[in-house]
Write a protein that binds this ligand. Structure first.
Ligand code: ATP
Length: 270
């Protein structure tokens, strides 16, 4: 479980990125932080692995204040997936995945064997293992990024716009892959995205942030869509969007569902 307690972050130039932020991320669940650019999502995420320390409040992992933990150890024990993979460009795919376990003392041979297994797990062929990141497609690089984050077998996975750099079709594939992996692995995941549809698809719980890192609403995707807390959330989640305002109509004895522009999207099952 990850707990954000009364978190504030003021940068030296006096800008306030986050204020009075409280949140509990239960174990084995996926929580998405969504909000427009500059709402403090990345700042909050990086507080979990101490890449950023809060100026107020504390982050606790399973009840322990992360400030009591060694930052290097902490970072190695938490998976971190970045936009565009964040891979080391001069290391092979295999090395990118095996590096952290080797640093943690796993024998190189064992780390490489595990890395091959992980590559397969994220849907990559072993034939790519000796390539360099620049010899892979964007989607493949993202998969390596996920394999690398999983290599130390962390309980926690931090994902910062993990699929932001790929086209919508590949993005959808990667999201499907992540749902499949999460069903198998049950990690505690904090996902940062500005794509509300991605958040609704991947997360058990969604946190909508305002500028300044204040919480506008926390809830399951269904709760937020059904009852946006205010106009800001309603607008942000596109509650009035044509593809979200579905209507059932009787046509030839069946209930046909149409979107807000009257386009058919499906038929209600009986
Ligand atoms: N090192 C820094 N010094 C000063 N201000 C900073 C620093 N890093 C971030 N900020 C400010 O803190 C606020 C939150 O930034 P953050 O990167 O957390 O937002 P974000 O929601 O992740 O945005 P984006 O979606 O654009 O990545 C912004 O106003 C940003 O300008």
């Amino acid at each position: 479980m990850i707990e954000f307690r009364e978190i504030g972050k003021r940068y030296p130039d006096d800008s306030v990125a986050v204020a009075g932020f409280n949140l509990v991320v239960p174990s084995h669940r996926t929580v998405a932080l969504v909000g427009s650019s500059g709402s403090g999502k990345t700042t909050l995420l990086r507080m979990v692995n101490r890449m950023i320390d809060p100026t107020e409040g504390a982050v606790l992992i399973d009840g322990r204040d992360v400030r009591q933990l060694d930052p290097v150890q902490l970072r190695r024990s938490i998976g971190y997936v970045l936009q565009a993979g964040g891979l080391l460009p001069h290391r092979t795919v295999l090395d990118n995945v095996a590096t952290v376990p080797v640093l943690q003392g796993v024998r190189r041979r064992d780390a490489c064997r595990d890395a091959y297994e992980l590559l397969e797990r994220v849907g990559l062929s072993a034939s790519l293992a000796l390539r360099y990141p620049s010899q892979l497609s964007g989607g493949q690089q993202q998969r390596v990024g996920v394999a690398r984050a999983l290599a130390a077998n962390p309980n926690i996975l931090l994902m910062d716009e993990p699929f932001g750099a790929v086209d919508p079709i590949v993005r959808r594939e990667l999201q499907d892959e992540m749902l499949r992996l999460q069903a198998e692995l049950g990690k505690t995941i904090v996902l940062v995205t500005h794509d509300i549809d991605e958040a609704f698809r991947l997360a058990d719980e969604v946190v909508v942030l305002r500028q300044g890192g204040g919480i506008a609403q926390v809830g399951t995707p269904t709760e937020i869509l059904a009852a946006p807390a205010d106009d800001f959330v309603r607008e942000f989640v596109g509650a009035d969007r044509a593809d979200r305002t579905l209507v059932a109509r009787d046509v030839a004895g069946r209930r046909v569902v149409v979107d807000g522009e009257g386009r058919p999207v499906g038929v209600l099952a009986l």
